[in-house]
Design a protein around this ligand. Structure first.
Ligand code: CU
Length: 701
């Protein structure tokens, strides 16, 4: 009933449309008066070039901004809960993908990434989500081995005169599935030099329904507020902001616990100062802290034994900063800068039914990054290149750990692990050099190509190093296995090449890119050989522990987007993404990679309204990892349809039906249900939402 073998056929259809579109283009005469309005076709707000892929998030019916990322070629998200989407790009995810908000990295509080960076932006107050295609230049971010994504909060515009003008927006959305409601607003007072802005969004929802039953728990509650002041003149830009995030009682069914709360405060400022017309200085600094509690008994059916109740409080905080100069001289440009990040983490597990029980999961953990870079480039109208080097220094440390209330064999094994951890050298440092070369060249007015060659690194995360007791605090892997860290880990190094083409004709455009990543010392779990860890993990879960280790891997694939305007008002567009990842030291596939997938959409734009219908298809994924028993998934396809009406210049009404045909499907990246006594059995991959009708209205003033 739920299986669908049409996915491959649908995908094939999607790919077949491309050569047809290209042929049609050649058949069309080019003096068509409709040809001017190709920009108008961008009703879906998705843009693609050799260098970037971007999406206007505010136009998407999503609660988690990470879900919008999945609509860009090569990108996806691992979903552990409705507000816990983890960015994935070209087969890498989690800490491997550098995610920033307004150009600043964030410190997450949850050791299982319940609050990944994209959960810190609410969709209706987000402007653009931008993904660097190919290999991000060294100036983009340190530790961006897997790519870089930035989300910008829409804080409103400056006005033109001296007088202050008020402006803003108010929006509301409702989706019938799970009674999902969102309210958002922005109020701006600005003249040409000063801008005061207040933005906020509140989201609420009950459990989501799927054709296989309700997802328990998938309720959510999140409030996001941001207040800012910005100044600009001819030679300076300056902004200072403060914000809060309050998430409460939000389900993460693919993980062992649910969010009781995440309370974060964010502060930051950035500036650009033009020293001379050729030389400018760019600076940013941010601070945020997180107080987070999760448990395994409040939102989901509790464990059978009161002794298995667990509550985990995690604290995180830290500073990020970046300073760089930009110098241009004719065709040449030179960038040099310094940036860094200092973060601290603590996490303690308790049991409300046993006052004796506690585990210091992470105690006084510190991870500091200081990095310098320089990049030189040359650009003309037809070609450009860039070469950059970045030195990254990472130092980490962790305090001694202790525990209480573990009995008999459990206590004995945990005691051995704690003693070994406390006796070990935990102050570690990693020094790595990254290099990136990028070249692009325009062959004809319509056709350009690019080559990126890079060598990038990532030092181990604090979980990969300091998880001393076998637990599932793994930065959101959600494979249900208990892991222990490894104090002897080396940094990963990915040597990568990406080749891209970009064809932009009058009516047809297409931008494919192929890539190959050879990753030395790729960090993933392997069966642990530490006896007390295996005994503990077996007692807790029936499976031995996995230990983070350096292995070797390669990831390659191809992704593309295309668009064809049939007339000025009617267009079709699509994406396709293929990723293949495997270990090269032993015969196994990499964990949690999406199968071949693609989309085809039909857009129709009138002056006051527009329509968008899309088919999204995923092939089956049977190239799964055996080291952690990953399950395969079947292919599927779903249809979404959306209608948008500009009732007046200030009022926009949106209606969307997602999963219009009410298909049952399982997204390979949605994770496996870890909740017992729920509609979807524990251990089964979570199902996608059933047909969902959404309406929204946005008033601008
Ligand atoms: Cu958590």
């Amino acid at each position: 009933m739920y299986s669908d073998n049409n996915a491959a056929a649908a995908l094939l259809a999607a790919l077949l449309v491309m050569p047809m579109a290209a042929a049609a283009e050649q058949a069309e005469s080019r003096d068509d008066s409709d040809a001017q309005s190709i920009e108008e076709i961008v009703v879906s707000g998705r843009q693609l070039s050799l260098r970037d892929a971007s999406i206007v998030v505010e136009q998407e019916f999503v609660v988690d901004v990470a879900d919008a990322l999945g609509r860009l070629p090569g990108a996806n998200r691992n979903q552990n809960g409705r507000l816990s989407g983890i960015a994935q790009y070209r087969g890498m995810f989690g800490d491997r993908v550098a995610v920033s908000v307004d150009g600043l990295g964030l410190i997450g509080g949850g050791p299982n990434s319940m609050d990944p960076p994209l959960s810190y932006v609410s969709p209706m107050i987000t402007g653009q989500l931008t993904l660097k295609r190919g290999i991000p230049g060294v100036a983009t971010a340190p530790e961006s081995i897997g790519g870089h994504v930035d989300a910008a909060i829409a804080r409103g515009d400056f006005s033109h005169g001296e007088r202050f003008e008020f402006g803003g927006m108010a929006g509301a959305r409702y989706a019938d599935n799970g009674d999902t409601t969102s309210l958002a607003g922005r109020l701006t007072a600005a003249n040409r030099a000063h801008r005061f802005s207040l933005v906020g969004q509140a989201d609420r929802a009950d459990d989501l329904r799927t054709p296989a039953g309700r997802i328990v728990p998938s309720q959510l509650s999140r409030d996001r507020l941001d207040a800012s002041y910005a100044y600009r003149d001819d030679r300076n830009e300056f902004q200072v902001f403060t914000g809060t995030l309050e998430t409460e009682d939000t389900g993460t069914p693919a993980l062992a616990m649910d969010i009781r709360y995440i309370d974060s405060e964010l502060y930051g400022m950035n500036f650009i100062r033009e020293l001379t017309p050729a030389l400018s200085l760019h600076g940013k600094v941010g601070y945020n802290d997180v107080d987070h509690v999760m448990d395994n008994f409040s939102l989901r059916p509790p464990p059978e034994s009161p002794m298995q109740y667990r509550q985990n409080r995690a604290l995180g905080d830290g500073v990020v900063f970046a300073l760089h100069s930009d110098y241009t001289m004719g065709e040449y440009s030179l960038m040099a800068g310094i940036d860094g990040r200092a973060e601290s983490h603590d996490s303690t597990i308790t049991n409300p039914n046993n006052a004796m029980f506690f585990i210091e999961n992470f105690n006084d953990v510190q991870r500091d990054v200081v990095s310098v870079f320089a990049a030189i480039g040359q650009g003309t109208a037809d070609s450009g290149w860039e070469f950059g080097l970045r030195w990254i220094d990472v130092s980490t440390d962790a305090g001694e750990v202790s525990f209480g209330g573990l009995m008999d064999m459990m206590g004995m094994n945990a005691g051995q692990l704690a003693a070994a951890f406390n006796a070990a050298e935990r102050k570690l440092s990693f020094g790595n050099l990254d290099a990136v070369f990028k070249y692009s060249h325009r062959l004809t007015p319509d056709l350009a190509f690019n080559v990126d060659i890079g060598s990038k690194t990532r030092a181990p995360s604090y979980q990969e190093l300091y998880l001393w007791l076998p637990l599932q605090a793994t930065g959101g892997l959600a494979d249900g296995r208990n892991y222990i860290g490894n104090l002897g880990l080396s940094a990963e190094r990915s040597n990568e090449i990406a080749l891209g083409l970009d064809w932009s004709g009058d009516r047809f455009s297409i931008s494919p890119q192929a890539y190959f990543r050879d990753v030395r010392d790729y960090i993933q779990g392997v069966p642990a050989t530490v006896m007390p860890a295996n005994m503990l993990a077996t007692m807790m879960s029936g499976n031995g522990a996995l230990q983070f280790d350096n292995v070797d891997a390669e990831i390659y694939g191809l992704d593309l987007g295309w668009r064809y305007s049939i007339t000025g008002r009617l267009g079709i567009e699509g994406t396709a993404s293929y990723t293949r990842g495997r270990r090269t030291d032993v015969d196994d596939n990499l964990y949690r990679l999406p199968p071949l997938n693609g989309s085809v959409a039909l857009n129709f734009v009138e002056s006051a309204w527009s329509m968008h219908a899309e088919l999204i298809a995923y092939d089956r994924q049977d190239r799964v990892s055996s080291y952690n028993g990953e399950q395969p998934t079947s292919g599927y396809s779903i249809v979404n349809a959306a209608f948008s009406w500009n009732a007046s210049p200030a009022v926009r009404i949106d209606v969307e039906a997602s999963n219009l045909l009410d298909r049952g499907y399982q997204d390979h990246l949605a994770g496996v249900n870890r909740v017992r006594n729920a509609d979807i059995p524990a251990g089964e991959r979570l199902w996608g939402a059933e047909r969902t009708l959404s309406v929204g209205a946005v008033i601008s003033f």
